[in-house]
Design a protein around this ligand. Sequence first.
Ligand code: SAM
Length: 253
Amino acid sequence: MGKPAKSKDKEVEKLVPGLYVVGTPIGNLKDITLRAIETLKSVDVIACEDTRVSQKLLNHYGISKPLISYHEHNKEERSREIIRMIEKGKRVALISDAGMPGISDPGFYIIREMRRHGLQVTVIPGPTAFVAALVVSGLPTDKFVYEGFLPRREGRRRKRLEQLKDEPRTIVFYESPYRVVRLLNTLLEILGDRHVFIARELTKKFEQFIYGKISEVIEHFDKQPPKGEFVVIVEGKAQWEKSSKRGVSSYDG
Ligand code: SAM
């Protein structure tokens, strides 16, 4: 006979003091792992960006824990407080508004501080928008670069794109609905009329994938102004040189 299964309490006892970086859904609340739920139920405190956004997720899973806000504008002060809590033996989960903390959000700062202090950081992986978009794009995934958000200032934005002109790998960007057309226009001007894949509202009710030449996708947005959240994936120079001409196709997921 095998050993009896460990009770959940025993598992909980095993959570050592430290920071637990927990991946949460990027839209569909069902995209969360069993381990993420167990961890969120077992920690002492949950640090999150927008407490209202995270409360919705936690209510959905019947998780009731003290929340502390940790965002771009208080990350330094809050990191010091969280580190003091962990040094006193607390277990703190870090979640963001969507996806994996540390990917284009303030998570990176506290994780680096934890490492500097030699404290325990554990990851509970979950979805992240750029991986979901990339794998479904049909553009080469064997080698790619993640650029996240480009700088907002026009000069710095253009400079970064100039540096990416000869990049042979697939290039992945995050962009807000207010700037996505501007991004496409600058991409067209600096990188040329390459193929682009747009993933809108991944895993949500109005999920949509748009694929075509950059100029065609700009035309598409002239007719249907962008709304929601976007990942923009552009073919790298190597693929552009190989790729054949294809029209825009918009197919709802
Ligand atoms: N930490 C997140 C992750 O793991 O993907 C990213 C946080 S970043 C502040 C937010 C950006 O991620 C959005 O502006 C958008 O570009 C992208 N994003 C997040 N959720 C998305 C979704 N459901 N569909 C498309 N893009 C999404």
